[in-house]
Design a protein around this ligand. Structure first.
Ligand code: ORO
Length: 299
């Protein structure tokens, strides 16, 4: 049985896309109705153009991006994106961002709509403020924004944390204290790359977020720290590409997992992982995958 309960939602399986990594069009090759949940690309209230190009650079260990949350705003989301995702009858998690805590609260309040199953507060994007700064780098700022969100919506509330901190446990505790139903660990690792021919940065915005295999051990360690620090569920996100990666995250404390960069390389990565988890559980005689959460031994 692959069913899990995570952050106020009952999911048929623990696999969902990482925000921003799964665009329309993939329904041509992926059976979307098989996913545990969908997470949308982050939306904002205001129109945003996003960052200068190039916005993506490949490196040996993973992918750098500095997209900068381009957004068509709420009306386009309501008219187009929401009806698109509703078609597959899978719980829809809407990722949101705003420049202020109040802005987060107002946007969440506007999204308490039929077909929206939960809110993922993206308080950790490294590509919108100077030097990758984000709310989730600071426990007090995390507490404030999550509290305001909690007051603004009855929907299940997930807080997406940043790996760009030495205080992940304290920040996860702040999110829990503020009323989050789950923490998503984590967004991308702030990095950069330089073109040795042109001497220019390989990203238009100079710095960007690193994702993929390079960050898996880092984020896995953070999932473990958060699992020990809080009693709300932890959703793992960072370099998951195989069923074994997902199992590793669950053993370290994740209740569910998000898959991002792997989908760019293999569009069926998520459903392949679901099939692989099913086979893995059968092989090992594991009746409920939920029992894997935090089952790492020797700690
Ligand atoms: N990129 C990321 O790596 N994380 C985010 O939350 C958002 C973006 C982006 O749009 O640039």
């Amino acid at each position: 049985d692959l069913a899990v309960c995570v952050g106020g939602l009952a999911l048929a399986n623990p696999v969902m896309p990482a925000s921003g990594t799964f665009a329309e069009g993939l329904e041509q090759v992926v059976r979307l109705e098989r996913l545990g949940a969908f997470v949308t690309k982050t939306i904002t209230s205001e129109l945003r153009a996003g960052n200068p190009t190039p916005r993506v650079a490949e490196t040996a260990g993973g992918m750098l991006n500095s997209i900068g949350i381009p957004s068509k705003g709420v009306p386009a989301f309501l008219e187009h994106t929401l009806p698109f995702w509703r078609r597959w009858k899978v719980p829809l998690v809407v990722s949101i961002s705003a420049p202020t805590a109040q802005g987060f609260a107002e946007l969440a309040a506007a999204l308490d709509l039929p077909g929206v199953a939960a809110i993922e507060a993206n308080i950790s994007c490294p590509n919108i403020e100077a030097d990758g700064h984000a709310f989730a780098m600071d426990p007090a700022a995390t507490l404030d924004v999550v509290r305001r969100l909690r007051d603004a919506t009855r929907l299940p509330l997930w807080a997406k944390l940043t790996p760009n901190t030495g205080a992940i446990a304290a920040i996860a505790r702040a999110a829990e204290e503020g009323g989050a139903d789950a923490v998503v660990v984590a967004n991308t690792v702030l990095g950069m790359a330089v073109d040795t021919e042109t001497f220019r940065p390989r990203l238009g915005n100079v710095m960007g977020g690193l994702s993929g295999p390079a960050i898996k051990p880092i984020v896995l360690r953070m999932v473990h720290q958060c699992h020990k620090a809080v009693s709300i569920p932890v959703i793992g996100c960072g370099g998951i590409a195989t069923p074994e990666d997902a199992v590793e995250y669950m053993l370290a404390g994740a209740s569910a997992v998000q898959v991002g960069t792997a989908t760019f390389l293999q569009p069926t990565a998520m459903t392949d992982i679901i099939d692989g988890l099913d086979a893995w559980c059968r092989r090992r005689g594991i009746a409920c995958i939920a029992d894997l959460t935090g089952a790492m031994r020797g700690d």
